[in-house]
Ligand binder design. Sequence first.
Ligand SMILES: *[C@@H]1O[C@H](CO)[C@@H](O)[C@H](O)[C@H]1NC(C)=O
Length: 345
Amino acid sequence: MSKMLFVLSAFVGLVLASTDKELLTPEFVDGLSKIWWGPLGEEDKVSTDIRPFEIKFTNEMITDLRYRINNRRKVTPPLEGIAFQYGFNTDNLDYWMDFWANKYNFTEREAYLNQYPQFKTNIQGLDIHFIRVKPEVPEDVDVLPLLMLHGWPGSVREFYETIPIITKYCEHNGFAVEVIVPSLPGFGFSDGATRPGLGEIEMAAVLRNLMRRLGFEKFYCQGGDFGALIANNMVTLYPEEILGYHTNFPVSLAPEMGYLHMQATKPDTLGIAMSDSPMALFAWLMQAVSGGSRRSYKYRADGGLHDLYNPESLIDDVMFYWTENKFTSAVRLYAESFNMRTFGT
Ligand SMILES: *[C@@H]1O[C@H](CO)[C@@H](O)[C@H](O)[C@H]1NC(C)=O
């Protein structure tokens, strides 16, 4: 399995390299940043304003969510002796559904998620949501912009613990870092595309345009998971503008690729279940969190979920998919990226 995955990632690397050579004309790069992903007819109507934004967990949403959780069907128990090998272990779902409906404090979590300044601005027809945190520094200190890109099944929530550490000014460095953390198009509180084609390459152009909107001609970037694929494309498309790139996802080593095939081929069908059932959404996302955290978690009935994460932080992340019903538009990124158009022929 791991050998096959290595070959697969080497293959992806090779095709990307060949794509670079064939496609990387100035016209191609320029064209990418002009594609309109929003509804047709609105090209001249959208504003370029940067608007303050706050996450809201409305009572209506919470009531509906609790209703669905409390009226869930009984699930099929796992096979004897099976932990997470067949997917999310259903023996654990009652604990999590009870936690989400009765213990997760929506008021407190909403305030937590709104602790950083957030904004929306329209890029290529899509309202893009982002966090922007500036360090507190004396005027003469250089401030370096860092774009941080999350992946799937993540959200901007991935960076909440990191943001204060990165934006804290250390005098001995002589510089400070400002962070810009967008929800990828289609994820969290960012709009998804109206028509096909917004894959990892096209997203690189959208997010580079976001940085330009904020006044950054050059910047650093960090990416993990899909954020890394997008940042790889940024480095390739805009080598003069990316000052430096850090990734926590240097190779593709997903422990279980089944979800990828589903999301790359039939995202909308999968999305029907995920939009309708908080339990299905939770199990699908957290199976990926478990599998992506440690290989050995497959053999644990609790998926190891309590080892590395506190329960609130996991539900916070799920809320980025549930609140605005973004599962489908988010996983369409797989269909728009893992295809012949991206990899070339
Ligand atoms: C939820 O959090 C809010 C704000 O921190 C607090 O006032 C409230 O008492 C909490 N609710 C429960 C049920 O703990």
